[in-house]
Design a protein around this ligand. Sequence first.
Ligand code: NDP
Length: 450
Amino acid sequence: MSDILEIINTRDPHETEFVQAVVEVLDSVKPVLDQNPHYRQAAVLERIVEPERIVTFRVPWTDDQGNVNVNRGFCVKMNSAIGPYKTALRFHPSVNQSILKFLAFEQVFKNALTTMPLGGGAGGSDFDPKGKSDDEMMRFCQSFMRELYLLIGVNTDIVAGDIGVGSREIGYLFGMYKKLSNEFAGALTGKGLNWGGSLVRAQAAGYGCVYFAAEMMATRNMTFEGQVCLVSGSGNVAQHTAEKLIELGAKVVTLSDSAGYIYDPEGIDKTKLAFVKRLKNFRRGRIEEYVDNYPGAIFTQVDLSHHRSNPLWTHRASCAFPCATQNEINEEDAYALINNNVKLVCEGANMPCTPEASAIFLRKPILYAPGKAANAGGVAVSGLEMVQNSQRLKWLAEEVDERLRIIMKGIHATCLEAAEAYGTPGNYLNGANIAGFTKVVDAMIDQGVV
Ligand code: NDP
């Protein structure tokens, strides 16, 4: 194991997020390698940590003042052993090669867990969507797609949204893809409902996260009825996690964005959540504005840079759903949750816990689920959107939702089985890593050294 890490650290010493994601998987799969020497002989670790291809490109675009701006675009094709790449697309100023390699690496295992034939990838740009007009967003997306369309396709790489890429951006990207490729093809998912999109795709990552959490709760004869829940973020995943929790009778008391968080001791009900959706998805405002409408709530400014702790996690609650971004829960936050007697931590975001925070949760008798299992509902319904596009059919919302539920139940069972089989019963992190890993590396071995 240490030799693999040495290779990565020597090749790409500054890729801290990627190294963090790799270390987590290596820790989990050590017993698998010990019991299956043919994996080591086939050098599967050396191969799985090296992306199959990385492309970077220039993205020039003109702002509303007529100035020409240049951003950097990326496409990381990590692994296509079990199917065409399924790429998560992120637009955020923090985007760099390390962030996208970590996202792509996570995606490989997550997609394998869904049981769908999908490989893993990630792409995006260091472009900041905040404060951009619709016209600027469109010009940027069109310029980005002028390069990306060379790299994607229904049988090559299928793209879906991540941070900063929602329905508006997918619309502009798809429009340009269709024009350039001269075909109406499902190479992007998360499309509008009138032009090839699937019902429940927008809700899928958040709903799926709660379905997974409900399965975990059921192992201890618990439900969400009356449980106080902390949710971070206020984007796609956070909104729909909160929505499903409210539907199941939980009391959601927090939401956040990169400027801070709101705490509403009365609970965020359906009406208040509808306000948040309008605020974030259409007015593109800040979560702070929630307290202008609901004065019983409190806004607290937070600077999450440099892994500072976040007072959001100090509020007393039985369940925590980090749904904003990577490394948003550090060691101090983890202890705050544990000291308040949290019973469940379920990751809606990708890698939201630092390694120290994860280790604390794993040492305690709480339910703790990694994002690559718990948020797999997003990619699962992207897969279902692809199926509907191929069939030229559109399923009812109930049908998609039921399939999502079944997939999340299946992932939950798979994680528990794999964790048990390798000596760590109840450890969802090990279970997810082991189950995803074995599926992908078995396919790599079948296909030879390519
Ligand atoms: P959105 O862009 O819709 O929302 C992201 C939210 O997180 C916003 O509230 C944003 O605040 C906040 N945020 C982003 N970066 C930071 C930061 N550096 N510090 C503090 N807050 C931050 O993204 P999604 O909801 O789609 O994604 C959230 C997480 O879920 C990500 O980890 C993503 O990888 C993961 N995910 C997403 C899926 C999907 O289908 N969309 C599927 C599976 C996982 P602000 O508006 O101020 O930037």
